[in-house]
Design a protein around this ligand. Structure first.
Ligand code: C2E
Ligand code: CA
Ligand code: CA
Length: 637
């Protein structure tokens, strides 16, 4: 044993110290697995150091005596075996298993430690586990008991990773499984011979874990140095499974975009940093997370009764200025929402949903104020969630329908086009209006999938019903701004048309004013590309938004659809009537074609045709109807 090569152990100690310093110098992550990792590091460090000490003592056996060498060897052996137990403990913490709470796991660990301690202390007298004679270290039969404990721990790790694989995301499972396989090989080698690199290998495994798992940098936000959204999920998962009450104050800065635009992104970042730092000082048990661009969550452990005083304190802070560069200061406003868990929300998803909804509500109705989630009527949120589920199901089962509403051409005296309108009939909720489900689908991104399905259905309709042989020249399709914000949307759109042999002239895209003035380069590039391919754009809901007419003049619209509410208003008030008449005159002078929506009566039809609308659409002619009905309608004219 005196001739054991210690270089690997020195290297192990060096790297372990490095990881330890690195780990401790970073932000402390408030998770049990983080603390368990620290225990693992210390255990491994102790184990490598003890091996060095024991070997050094063996080399100087004449000075220290054989008994103390044997004692040091016993301690070193114990530390190695405990590493296996602390590693298992760490794995259980990653799965958020509270070992102290579960009697079974609790006893398992106590028994494992007791066996290791017992075998090695008894070995001190009977030398059944290992021997050390004439400077030679030998493994004896009782060490099989120690290996059995290691094997049991190994099994616990495997079962835990398998059972809780949902919590170990892919990247984490891969290194963990690798480490486990590696440990098994090491343990097997240890059975027969001394492995000089054991500690260095364990250290490299700790380094891998540190990199993938325990590195605070992966869970903190670069700008504010506070925890990020990814970590919030992990942290709250643990909180909810503990079943202890806690509270969250959500802080949403009002008009932060304005600050970024006015003072620059650097000043914006510095302000966010200051807010994060401030929130850290508000409550001694508070943990700060930065969510989106201008949102923070302050999670308060235990004392949920202090939630309102904390929120009040934050609100007051926002009555004071915040400093920006060159000694200047600005005032900012923030809306606050408080939620008590598990009373108001009992899972991560319901908490995020409730806070998202409340923050949106606060920004609209109580800017700069404090809102308590329990005071809000969450029935709308629940309704929204139900609709969201219905849309998801309809998409998955391909149950979305497209109806067609004819558009009458005054000049030709026939239906010359139609608007495609999506329809959804849910088993539980019945017919749901697109006015209700489109905004929800836009919020969660489902509109992209939905938009593609709708376009495919429209193309199939044009092809299968031989629309080119009727008076219908084109179908108007509503396109959401979100769809146009996808890079490559134009190409995808054209490919779909081509795959159904639909000509670009057979489809018109309807976009609203807000989409049209979207200044993002991608939107404008998509619009230009589609126009280049011969697609015509119609401006939907004209007059309902607040788009600048001069701006719209530069857009490639051929058709303007006047919003139905503007049309209806014109029949209710004289002033609105005059405005509409002049608007139509102006659009006519600009050589744009005009569609009037919401034509419900004969009187409306006559008047609107008289003042210069080229096309009429509304219930007077027909509501939106299924494809075969639409074809009958067109054939019967
Ligand atoms: P929109 O584009 O303004 O569509 C016109 C809406 O007015 C349709 O409501 C239509 O049924 C309704 N309408 C037409 N004529 C009359 C009338 O004479 N009287 C009354 N009271 N209403 C009339 P719908 O189908 O409920 O659609 C509502 C909105 O949902 C649409 O407004 C559009 O913004 C959106 N939407 C509908 N289908 C789609 C779609 O396929 N894709 C996208 N992105 N949005 C869609
Ligand atoms: Ca429309
Ligand atoms: Ca419209």
């Amino acid at each position: 044993m005196a001739n054991w090569n210690l270089s690997f152990d020195y290297a192990a100690v060096f790297f372990l110290l490095l990881i330890l310093v690195w780990f401790l110098s970073e932000k402390m992550v408030p998770l049990r697995s983080h603390r368990a990792f620290l225990v693992l590091l210390i255990n491994d460090l102790a184990s490598a150091t003890l091996e060095i000490i024991a070997t050094w003592m063996a080399r100087n056996i004449d000075v220290v005596g054989p008994n103390s060498v044997f004692f040091a060897l016993t301690l070193s052996n114990l530390a190695v075996n405990l590493t296996c137990i602390t590693f298992t403990f760490y794995i259980l913490q990653l799965a958020h298993i509270d070992v102290l709470k579960s009697k079974l796991q609790h006893s398992l660990f106590i028994i494992a430690i007791a066996i290791d301690v017992l075998v090695l202390s008894v070995n001190y007298f009977n030398h059944w586990a290992f021997t050390f004679e004439d400077g030679v270290y030998r493994v004896a039969y009782a060490s099989l008991i120690l290996y059995a404990v290691d094997a049991a721990m190994f099994l616990v790790c495997l079962v835990t990773i398998f059972r809780f694989r949902k919590h170990f995301q892919f990247l984490r499972v891969a290194p963990l499984l690798f480490i486990l396989a590696f440990c098994a090989v090491m343990a097997a080698l240890q059975l027969t011979a001394y492995v000089p690199m054991l500690h260095l290998m364990i250290t490299s495994l700790c380094l891998t874990l540190f990199h993938y798992q325990q590195n605070a940098g992966t869970v903190t936000d670069m700008v504010t140095k506070q925890f990020n959204r990814r970590f919030l999920r992990e942290y709250l998962y643990g909180k909810f499974s503990e079943k202890k009450p806690f509270g969250v104050v959500a802080l949403a800065m009002d008009d932060f975009k304005f600050i970024n635009r006015t003072y620059g992104a650097e000043a914006g970042d510095s302000l966010l940093y200051q807010v994060g730092e401030y929130l850290n000082t508000v409550h001694s048990f508070g943990i700060v997370f930065r969510l989106g661009s201008d949102q923070f969550y302050l999670v308060i452990d235990r004392r949920t009764d202090q939630l309102s005083s904390v929120a009040e304190k934050i609100r007051k802070r926002f009555h004071q200025p915040w400093s920006i560069q060159n000694g200047n200061a600005i005032m900012m406003s923030a809306s606050l929402c408080c939620i008590e868990c598990p009373k108001d929300a009992n899972s991560y998803d319901s908490l995020i949903d409730a806070l998202d909804y409340s923050v949106g509500y606060a920004k609209k109705n109580k800017k700069g104020g404090i809102i308590y989630v329990c005071d809000l009527d969450l029935s709308r949120l629940r309704q929204e969630k139900m609709i969201e589920k219905a849309v998801r199901t309809a998409i998955d089962r391909d149950e979305l329908m497209v109806y067609y509403q004819p558009i009458f051409s005054v000049e030709q005296g026939v239906y010359n086009s139609a608007e495609a309108l999506v329809r959804l009939n849910d088993d539980n909720l019945g017919w749901i209006s697109p006015e209700d489900f489109i905004p929800i689908a836009e919020k969660n991104g489902m509109i992209l999938e939905m938009g593609e399905m709708i376009l495919a259905k429209v193309c199939r309709f044009i092809r299968d019903f031989h629309l080119s042989e009727t008076t219908i020249q084109y179908i108007e399709v509503n396109i959401s701004p979100l769809q146009l914000r996808q890079p490559g949307f134009a190409d995808k759109f054209m490919q779909l048309l081509e795959s159904y042999a639909v000509r670009p002239q057979q489809i018109n895209i309807e976009i609203t004013e807000t989409t049209a003035v979207d200044s993002s380069a991608i939107v404008q590039r998509n619009i230009q590309a589609l126009v280049g391919h011969g697609i015509v754009f119609s401006l939907d809901d004209y007059g309902s938004g607040n788009a600048n007419i001069a701006y719209i003049n530069h857009m490639p619209f051929k058709l303007i659809k006047i919003d139905k509410y503007i049309i209806w208003d014109s029949f209710k008030s004289q002033k609105a009537g005059i405005t509409l008449a002049y608007t139509i005159k102006m659009l006519n002078a600009l050589e744009l074609s005009i569609v009037a929506e919401g034509v419900e009566t004969e009187e409306m039809r006559e008047h609107l045709a008289g003042i210069g609308c080229h096309y009429l659409q509304g219930w007077y002619y027909s509501r939106a109807v299924p494809d075969h009905e639409f074809i009958q309608l067109v054939a019967a004219q």
